[in-house]
Design a protein around this ligand. Structure first.
Ligand code: PLP
Length: 406
C-alpha cells in the first residue's frame, strides 16, 4: 500500500482555535442573551478601500470584453503591480529592490510556508517563541524536525521572546541556517529596532544563514525611526527574503494578494559547495507550482499604490491602531504589563496567570474572546493576545467589560 508522508503525523493537533470556538459556543449556549465581543482572531473587519474597489470592478469589466480579456498571466505577477510595489514599498524608503525581485502570490501564509522547500532537510531552523505557527508546522511537514515533546519540536531552535528581553528574541547561541523573524510581530505586537535587526543581519552574513523576514504588519508602524523593511538594514539584500501581504493593511484577507521579495544575490550552497541563487530556485518553484493571481485582484492591488489608495490604506490602519491604543491604555490602567498596540494591531498582555484561566475569565465574566498565549508556544504561557480588528464601539465595550472583571 502507498505510504504517507509520516512527518504529517508529527503535527500536534491544532487545538487552539478549535478549543476557543468550542468554549465560545458553550458560553453562548449557556448565556443566549449575552453578546460576545471577539478580540481573538486576526482578521480585518472593515471593507475594501474605495480606490481598491473601483479598480477591482474595472478589472472584472475588462475580463468581460474580448479586447481586454486576459488568460494566464505571468507567474511572478503583472509588471504594472510589481513596479509600483518596488517603487512605493522599497525604493522610496531607500531600499534597493527592483520589480523583478518581487513575486506576487495569493498570501504570505503560503509563501512563508512554502519557502522552506528550497532548503535541505539538514538545515538548522530557528523560530521565535511565541511564533506564527505556519513557520513551525511547514518545517515539521517538510521533515526538518523530530517529534513534538513537552511543548516543542525536537530539532528546532526556539528563540525565546520573554518579558525580560522585551519579547525581542536574543540571537541564537548555536549555529543555525534559517532564521524566521516577524516584525511587527504576531502574536506579541513588538517591533524590532534598526539596531536589533542589524544584529540578526550581521549574524546571518557571518554564518552564511538566511533570514525569512515576515513583514505582514509593517503598514502599522508609526514610529518613523523603525525600519519598515529589512532591506533598510545594510547588507540585508545578501541574506534576507521578505514577505509582505495586503491582507491587514488593505483588507485583502478574503481577496488574497501578497508578495515575496527574493533579491538577486541571496545564495545557498548546493552539495558541491557551489552558490545557487534563491531567486532562481523560487522562480523555478513558482513557475512549476503556481499560476499567478487573478487579473482583477492584481488591478485592485495596484490601486493600493495610487495616491488615493495610499491615503485610504493609511486611514484603515489608523482606524485599527486607534482601537489598539484604546486597548493598550486600558490594560495598562488596570495594572497589567503589555507590549504591542503602538506599531501593531496586536496587544500582548502578561496576565501573570495561566493563559486559559485568563481566557476563561474574560469569556465567562466579560463575554470577551481573546487568544491564549500558550497556543503560540511555550513562552506564550501566562499571556493573552488581544486584537484590534473590530469596531471602535465593540473595542470600547469590551474594555469596559474587562475593567469590571479584572
Ligand atoms: N504572516 C503573519 C505573521 C500573519 O499573522 C498572517 C496572517 O494572519 C500572515 C502572514 C498571512 O497573511 P496572508 O493573509 O497574506 O496569507
Amino acid at each position: 500500500m502507498i505510504k504517507i508522508n509520516q512527518n504529517f503525523l508529527k503535527l500536534k493537533a491544532s487545538y487552539l482555535f478549535v478549543d476557543i470556538a468550542q468554549r465560545v459556543v458553550a458560553f453562548q449556549k449557556a448565556n443566549p442573551d449575552r453578546r460576545v465581543i471577539k478580540l481573538g482572531i486576526g482578521d480585518v473587519t472593515e471593507p475594501l478601500p474605495e480606490a481598491v474597489l473601483s479598480a477591482f470592478h474595472a478589472g472584472v469589466d475588462e475580463m468581460a470584453d474580448r479586447a481586454t480579456f486576459r488568460g494566464y498571466g505571468p507567474e511572478q505577477g503583472y509588471p504594472f503591480l510589481r513596479e509600483r510595489i518596488a517603487l512605493t514599498d522599497f525604493q522610496q524608503r531607500g531600499a534597493d529592490i527592483s520589480a523583478d525581485e518581487i513575486f506576487l502570490s495569493d498570501g504570505s501564509k503560503c509563501d512563508t510556508g512554502n519557502f522552506q522547500e528550497l532548503f535541505s532537510l539538514e538545515a538548522k531552523v530557528a523560530v521565535p517563541d511565541p511564533v506564527y505557527p505556519v513557520y513551525v508546522d511547514t518545517n515539521v511537514m517538510g521533515g526538518r524536525t523530530g517529534p513534538y515533546r513537552d511543548g516543542r519540536y525536537e530539532g528546532l531552535v526556539y528563540l525565546e521572546c520573554r518579558p525580560d528581553n522585551g519579547y525581542i528574541p536574543d540571537l541564537p547561541e548555536e549555529s543555525v541556517d534559517l532564521i524566521y523573524l516577524c516584525f511587527p510581530n504576531n502574536p506579541t505586537g513588538v517591533m524590532a529596532t534598526r539596531e536589533q535587526l542589524r544584529q540578526f543581519v550581521d549574524l546571518a552574513r557571518r554564518e552564511k544563514a538566511i533570514i525569512l523576514y515576515d513583514a505582514a504588519y509593517c503598514a502599522f508602524i508609526r514610529d518613523e525611526s523603525l525600519p519598515h523593511s529589512i532591506y533598510e538594514i545594510p547588507g540585508a539584500r545578501e541574506v534576507a527574503i521578505e514577505f509582505r501581504s495586503l491582507s491587514k493593511n488593505a483588507g485583502f484577507t478574503g481577496t488574497r494578494c501578497a508578495y515575496t521579495v527574493v533579491p538577486k544575490g541571496v545564495t545557498a550552497a548546493d552539495e558541491e559547495g557551489n552558490e545557487v541563487e534563491l531567486h532562481h530556485l523560487w522562480m523555478s518553484r513558482q513557475s512549476r507550482k503556481f499560476n499567478g493571481l487573478s487579473y482583477p485582484v492584481q488591478r485592485a492591488a495596484s490601486a493600493v499604490y495610487t495616491e488615493d489608495g495610499q491615503k485610504q490604506v493609511r486611514a484603515l490602519t489608523d482606524f485599527y491602531l486607534n482601537n489598539a491604543k484604546l486597548i493598550r491604555r486600558n490594560i495598562l490602567r488596570l495594572g497589567f504589563d503589555c507590549v504591542g498596540g503602538d506599531n501593531s494591531p496586536y496587544i500582548w498582555v502578561n496576565m501573570e496567570r495561566d493563559s486559559w484561566t485568563a481566557f476563561d475569565l474574560l469569556l465567562n465574566e466579560a463575554g470577551v474572546v481573546s487568544t491564549p498565549g500558550d497556543g503560540f508556544g511555550k513562552c506564550g504561557k501566562g499571556h493573552i493576545r488581544l486584537s484590534a480588528f473590530n469596531s471602535y464601539e465593540n473595542v470600547e465595550a469590551a474594555m469596559e467589560r474587562i475593567a469590571r472583571v479584572l
